[in-house]
Design a protein around this ligand. Sequence first.
Ligand code: 2BA
Length: 108
Amino acid sequence: MKLIIAIVQDDDAPDLVNELTDASYRVTKLATTGGFLKSGNTTLMIGVEKEKVDKVLEIIEDICKIRDQIVATPLPTTSTGVYVPFPVEVQVGGATIFVVDVDQFIKI
Ligand code: 2BA
């Protein structure tokens, strides 16, 4: 058994959850916050047999898109030390995925 932990963008999450559940995978959706952008993202936990991991990764790859985001990051100015908003462009994945071995899967 494997646990796939997939951090995806909020915009992609509804389609991804629908696609996974339509394909009979079980999914838990968590509302999460990225540490860098400090904005919302979605983390999905998907428990699957190890033979099914590749199929789930394919579905995630099909649906989740890379997007560029401009964010105002507060950075100190060099000489005055005054904090000013500084626009930064970052490319947000796709999906950030951890595939974790599960020792025990218990339903009580
Ligand atoms: P955030 O931490 O909000 O990061 C959003 C995007 O900002 C990242 O996209 C990356 O392009 C950029 N970024 C993050 N940290 C940076 C830094 N120190 N300097 C410059 N740019 C930086 P992704 O890499 O696609 O990550 C999307 C979200 O996935 C992250 O949101 C975070 O919630 C999660 N994530 C990514 N890598 C992770 C990891 N190793 N462990 C835990 N969560 C992770």
